[in-house]
Ligand binder design. Structure first.
Ligand code: CA
Length: 221
């Protein structure tokens, strides 16, 4: 399995990388917060090891970005910040666990195992609508078994509509759940997103899947 290791200390990063690789992980490494955001936008990781004190973009902001993009990665914070308030803030922002530096590798191993067990237990069921099948565990949509090439936002939009099947989803509500509150985009982007998603669905033979309720929003029956 692949994980993202976000740590600015080259010494610790190297030790962690070797240790993780010896346990079968393929490891992507980011030495600062900005590099981490690039990796997180490009790949969907089951596990992220996150330092908080990072150059360029702080670890807490990396965490906020990751959760607002809808990532379900398990995030284990590895930080020298040892105050209760630091832990509480990281957990409130969506970290799954928190280990204070310096830590023992034995403890790290058991925390990682526990997080991966939780992921397996929490694997969400498939969402199905006719020939369309959406697998939230791996974030893939398929039509008749063929994967659709969706962008992360298109995928999230589709998953959201399917989770609330039969309900009309207002554009503003979709915007709020898909986009970072601080982003500059307006809820007009939802219209664009719906139309690119519809085009991809239509090419796969599902042109009628997403209905428009003019003045209200969108629904999948
Ligand atoms: Ca650091």
């Amino acid at each position: 399995m692949r994980l993202l290791l976000i740590e600015d200390s080259p010494t610790l990063r190297e030790r962690l990388r070797e240790w993780l690789a010896a346990r079968g992980w393929s490891v992507d490494e980011a030495a600062d917060g900005a590099a981490a955001l690039g990796y997180l936008d490009a790949y969907d990781y089951p596990l992220v090891l996150l330092d908080l004190g990072l150059p360029r973009v702080d670890g807490l902001d990396v965490l906020r970005h990751l959760r607002s993009a809808g990532s379900r990665a398990r995030v284990l914070v590895l930080s020298a910040r040892d105050q209760v308030a630091d832990r509480v803030e990281a957990l409130n922002r969506g970290a799954d666990d928190y280990l204070v530096k310096p830590f023992s590798f034995e403890e790290l191993a058991s925390r990682i195992l526990a997080l991966m067990r939780r992921s397996l237990d929490a694997a969400p069921p498939l969402l199905v609508a006719g020939a369309l099948e959406v697998d939230p565990a791996v974030r893939i949509a398929r039509v008749d078994g063929e994967p659709l090439a969706l962008t992360p936002k298109e995928y999230l939009l589709l998953e959201t509509l399917l989770r609330g099947r039969g309900r009309v989803h207002a554009r503003a509500a979709l915007f709020e759940s898909l986009y970072d509150a601080r982003s500059d985009a307006s809820d007009k982007v939802i219209e664009v997103l719906v139309s690119t998603l519809r085009a991809k669905l239509a090419r796969a033979g599902l042109s009628e899947l997403i209905e428009t309720r003019r003045g209200f929003g969108y629904l999948v029956r």
